[in-house]
Write a protein that binds this ligand. Structure first.
Ligand SMILES: [Mn+2]
Length: 398
């Protein structure tokens, strides 16, 4: 991405706030992998979107009058091991006016706090109590620090998500590339099923295939789930042997210049049973009907209601809807989510679909007692006229 992309994003965010607003945001901190090793670094998406910086521990502060990046204090020994970003590099990647160090930042914030009482920053992650992992502490720490310097810190998360939900031309180009790479790798993986014995052989083809094209790698851990493993929605062990006559669910997506693809197909290992074929056909029919619903102006709420009707019909057609509870038993996840820099993104709080949104459509039917799990997932761009299925040229599977 060019620095003009990040400049435009900063201006767009400032335009949602009063004239004299100051926004301060931080990169993620590095997290521990084990002993003295860090987890491969992944940037906080909102920070990347306004700065273009992929390194940890940087901070950005911007208003309509100027944009400033604050460089971390990095020990020279650490730079020998890990490299680093020079101030000039940071300047040209982000398009900010200047780069300052930690010491200069103290004076900068002191001056800012003297003539303004409010500052804007990224507030707490919503729904965090539902996550079973420790959150990256950087944003919350910055928020707390700002609260000591300024009398009021206001959350800009909702403004950011709303802007990020509508993708720009260069973002759509990156997503298209991620999807194209993913399609090619799926076709290759499909060809290798008959000569493979274990799920991990297919996983290696997928993850290696992404890197071979020059993609960043995978946008999330690839799921390669044979037989009943397909009923575990986030199955990432990929250790089991492949059983003839069962299904093989592959859910994977490349990441290209920070942007994700998210695609699922369910293939057959050998000759599929009639039951597997019937369930796949039901999911496939629902999938096409659901994609046809997506166009600008359609209310997201109405979409969800229509999806419920379609998915209930699909379950009924394979005799899996004998009580109201059966709906969430056999289709236990959401039909769609936005994606982009993060593989799960909000649709920005819009009530209706808007041109430039990208979202998945991913109906599935999971029947653990029959050891069958089928999901089909495509990546849909909302256009002025309707929608474009970015992954639609990938064959359907079974
Ligand atoms: Mn998905």
């Amino acid at each position: 991405m060019e620095s003009s992309f990040f400049q435009r994003n900063r201006q767009a965010l400032l335009a949602t706030l009063p004239d004299d607003a100051l926004i301060v945001m931080t990169a993620y901190a590095q997290m521990q992998w084990g002993a003295d090793m860090a987890v491969p670094f992944r940037q906080e998406a909102n920070f990347f979107w306004v700065s273009g910086i992929r390194q940890p521990q940087w901070t950005i502060a911007f208003s309509t009058s100027e944009s400033v990046l604050i460089a971390p204090d990095i020990d020279p020994t650490r730079t020998i091991f890990e490299g680093g970003l020079t101030h000039d590099e940071a300047l040209s990647m982000s398009g900010v006016n200047r780069v300052i160090n930690q010491q200069e930042a103290e004076a900068y914030f002191k001056t800012q706090a003297e003539h303004r009482s409010k500052v804007y920053a990224l507030g707490e992650l919503p729904h965090k109590k539902y996550y079973d992992f420790v959150l990256n502490p950087a944003s919350d720490e910055l928020y707390a620090t700002l609260e000591t310097d300024f009398s009021q810190v206001l959350d800009i998360r909702a403004n950011l998500l709303k802007l990020r939900a509508i993708k720009s031309t260069e973002e759509i180009a990156a997503i298209r590339r991620a999807v194209d790479v993913t399609i090619d790798v799926f076709e290759q993986a499909k060809r290798e099923i008959s000569s493979s014995t274990f799920e991990y052989e297919i996983e290696a083809t997928i993850n290696g295939g992404f890197r071979r094209t020059g993609a960043d790698g995978y946008a999330y851990d690839s799921i390669v789930a044979g037989g009943k493993n397909a009923c575990t929605l986030h199955y990432v062990a990929n250790q089991a042997s492949l059983t003839q006559g069962t299904g093989l669910l592959i859910d994977a997506g490349a990441q290209w210049q920070g942007y994700a693809a998210d695609v699922t197909r369910t293939y057959a290992i050998g000759e599929p049973s009639q039951r597997l074929r019937d369930i796949h056909r039901a999911v496939e029919k629902a999938h096409h009907q659901i994609i046809d619903l997506i166009k600008p102006g359609v209310a997201v709420k109405d979409y969800i209601e229509r999806v419920d009707v379609i998915m209930k019909q699909a379950l009924k057609s394979v005799d899996l809807l004998n009580s109201e509870d059966d709906y969430h038993r056999y289709f236990p996840h959401a039909i769609s989510h936005g994606f982009g820099l993060d593989v799960h993104e909000s649709l920005g709080g819009y009530e209706t679909f808007q041109p430039g949104m990208v979202l998945t459509v991913e109906p599935g039917i999971y029947v653990p007692e029959e050891k069958i799990g089928v999901r089909i997932e495509d990546d849909i761009l909302v256009t002025e006229q309707g929608n474009e299925n970015l992954s639609g040229r990938l064959s359907m599977g079974l």
